[in-house]
Write a new protein. Structure first.
Length: 191
């Protein structure tokens, strides 16, 4: 089993990354290897609605940039996909939504490649907007026909400055339980 955590934050080492790292650590403890992808270090252009992916059906996107294809291929290879975003003006970051749009179209054009993979969203905000952003990302998981386990609460956290999330013990407990549920589910599916 392999997991990929995609951090949509513009900050490296920020609060969203901390929650994703916590999730990856729990997965690793459960025997599931994982990797972190930081969109702050990549350039993913938005979808142009050209429809090429539905014509070529080669798991490729016609929009050229330095990162999409590599990230998409890693998502296809993963059994578990985690998507994380801070809340920017009430929603997920533009980098993450660009990736979700393009991966969604290319994946669906090629036989719905994410169907029945496991995963889920993680969001962080200074004060508000986590629920909308969580739902926004969750809609992607649902339309991709993926399996998302629950937790003891929603996978949301509070923090503004880097490191603030470490004071949000409920967020840390929630993503820990979420990742434990991913491990449990992955093992049940593997039986």
């Amino acid at each position: 089993m392999k997991a990929i955590a995609i951090n949509g934050s513009a900050r490296t080492g920020g609060n969203t990354e901390a929650l994703l790292e916590k999730s990856l650590a729990v997965l690793a403890d459960g025997g599931i290897e994982g990797e972190m992808v930081r969109l702050s270090e990549k350039s993913v252009k938005p979808c142009t609605a050209c429809g090429s992916c539905f014509k070529t059906k080669d798991n490729r996107c016609a929009v050229q940039d330095d990162a999409f294809q590599q990230i998409y291929d890693a998502m296809r290879d993963a059994d578990i996909i985690l998507l994380g975003s801070p809340v920017y003006f009430g929603s997920a970051t533009a980098n993450l939504t660009a990736l979700m749009d393009r991966a969604g179209y290319v994946g669906r054009a090629n036989g719905n490649v994410f169907s029945r993979k496991l995963g889920g969203p993680v969001t962080v905000a200074r004060r508000a907007g986590q629920n909308f952003t969580l739902a926004q990302i969750m809609f992607w998981f649902m339309i991709m026909d993926m399996v998302v386990p629950g937790s003891s609460y929603w996978n949301v956290g509070f923090g503004r400055a880097i490191g603030d999330i470490k004071e949000d013990t409920e967020a840390l407990e929630t993503v820990t339980h979420f990742a434990e549920n991913l491990v449990w589910l992955a093992k049940k599916i593997g039986e």
